[in-house]
Design a protein around this ligand. Sequence first.
Ligand SMILES: [Zn+2]
Ligand SMILES: [Zn+2]
Length: 267
Amino acid sequence: MHSRGLIDELLELLFPPRCQLCQQPGNDPLCETCLEDALFIGDPICDLCGAPMPEQRPAGQLCEECRDGRILSAARAVGLHELTLRKAVHHYKYQGRTRLAEPFGAMLARVIHRATERGLPMDRCAALVPVPLHPRRRAWRGFDQAELLCRHISPLIDLPVAGDVLRRVRDTTPQTSVQGAHERRENVRGAFEASGAKCLRGRALILVDDVFTTGATIEECVSVLRNAGAVAVYAVTITRTTPHWMLARNELLEGRDDASGHGTGQA
Ligand SMILES: [Zn+2]
Ligand SMILES: [Zn+2]
């Protein structure tokens, strides 16, 4: 134990902990200055997909994309896929900044707590289910981003991680390089399989992923889990795409076109 502490101290001397975005020395993987530019989602939101809404309306309000209903029970995200959070997700996934899983996990746990306080029974779910990568992509990346998020959320909300109930059986074209909601749905059709149907029957689950764009990947997973007997499937993500009505408000999105922009062509 003693020597391990010494090694840690030496490592800290050589590589002092830094903000994973701006590289300022400090213990927080995401520093206060970087977090100032995060666009967290607050009320009012669509009751179903969690998208920000222009104004407060009576309970049960749904955004345009949700008017025809969705197979998922409800989705919630920490913030908009812009500025700090977009950059952080990008660094996390593509540059192996896995320390970011810690603040992301805490943020996602808060989102689940808040949703529960507002009447979604997420706390009564049986488990957290990561949206899995294809084994080939996982091997290449070295970690599974959604599974690592689940492991950080799990102790904070006291729910187990069910990492083996959903498998990606087809290595699809990354959704970031597929345009259009219909095309995205087609791209992930049949890409997932459920295993352990017995343990899914009658259960409510929380799917965890990094980004909610059109919801095509998440809804494909929901449909597979529902067919295997799950009664309700919620979804939480770090970010979600900015709704059209907000894109008109350019002042929110200064810095949109910086180096780590949209459409990286990777999953
Ligand atoms: Zn920073
Ligand atoms: Zn919606």
